[in-house]
Design a protein around this ligand. Structure first.
Ligand code: GLP
Length: 256
């Protein structure tokens, strides 16, 4: 894992945006895995302002609520169109988001996995992290080998996401999410976390044991993970000074 700690959310976001911009310039038909939530918002704004060419890019989103109409303001379909897709030149047929209104959920989950494989696999997966360490909607005790499937949200995640829905009762109980096994197959994972409320989950994920009690910790087993943090999200890392030192002393050819 490469831990990149920056003084502000904006500075950490810019590092992440540069990584994605470099990928899209080197590989115009790259396959990106995308995330929702408040964390990637500034990343999407920065990418939009870079005016990159998305005409050949394919995207796969991590997750979606089950039973929310697509047009609902809090569906991840709406989120992605509002915050990224309508601002860039991506082709509609290259966008993939799990269908939370499908009649046969297991079948579309299987198809989602097949579509990812048929596209050549995900080059770079953007991830946020829940306050309990979940990635996508893989709640604690998710199988570390899981594939795209239905999950039931924990009480804590429903409470965390109530701020978007106005009340906890309005947050759906069920979701479709890429599995942890699916995420682990992305060639690179780019995890972003900002703010002190993510500090405990980040410390466990980066420095704790690999355990399904903090699903993000499995990323320690991945060969290419970058973790972009602001100072508050890094505040519980015991080795923060070491991570800063490594980043500040990267050889020129390794900087981005
Ligand atoms: C949801 C999403 C995750 C996201 C998490 C954190 O559970 N499914 O992908 O990482 O929320 O959200 P936020 O970035 O708003 O803190």
């Amino acid at each position: 894992m490469e831990i990149i700690i920056q003084p502000t959310q904006q500075a950490a976001t810019e590092v992440a945006a540069r990584l994605i911009a470099t990928l899209l310039r080197d590989k115009p038909d790259a396959v990106l895995g995308l995330a929702t939530g408040s964390t990637p918002l500034s990343l999407y704004q920065t990418l939009i302002s870079m005016e990159l060419d998305w005409s050949k890019v394919k995207t796969f989103n991590l997750d979606e609520y089950i039973g929310l109409p697509r047009e609902h303001s809090q569906s991840y379909h709406s989120f992605m169109w509002e915050n990224l897709f309508r601002h860039i030149n991506i082709r509609k047929e290259n966008i993939h988001i799990p269908d939370g209104n499908a009649k046969d959920i297991p079948r579309i989950c299987e198809e989602y996995e097949k579509m990812i494989a048929a596209s050549g696999g995900i080059d770079l997966q953007v991830l946020g992290i829940g306050t309990d360490g979940h990635i996508g909607f893989n709640e604690h005790t998710s199988s570390l080998a899981s594939r795209t499937r239905i999950k039931t949200l924990t009480k804590r995640t429903r409470m965390d996401n109530a701020r978007f829905f106005g009340s906890e009762e309005a947050v759906p109980f069920h979701v479709i999410t890429m599995g942890i096994g699916t995420i682990m197959e992305a060639r690179t994972n780019l995890l972003l976390a900002f703010g002190a409320n993510k500090a405990a989950a980040i410390a466990e994920a980066v420095e704790g044991p690999i355990a399904s009690s903090n699903p993000a910790s499995v990323l320690q087993m991945h060969r290419s993970v970058k973790v972009c943090l602001d100072d508050p999200a890094a505040s519980k890392l015991q080795r923060a000074e070491y991570f800063r030192w490594v980043y500040d002393n990267k050889p020129d050819w390794q900087t981005f």
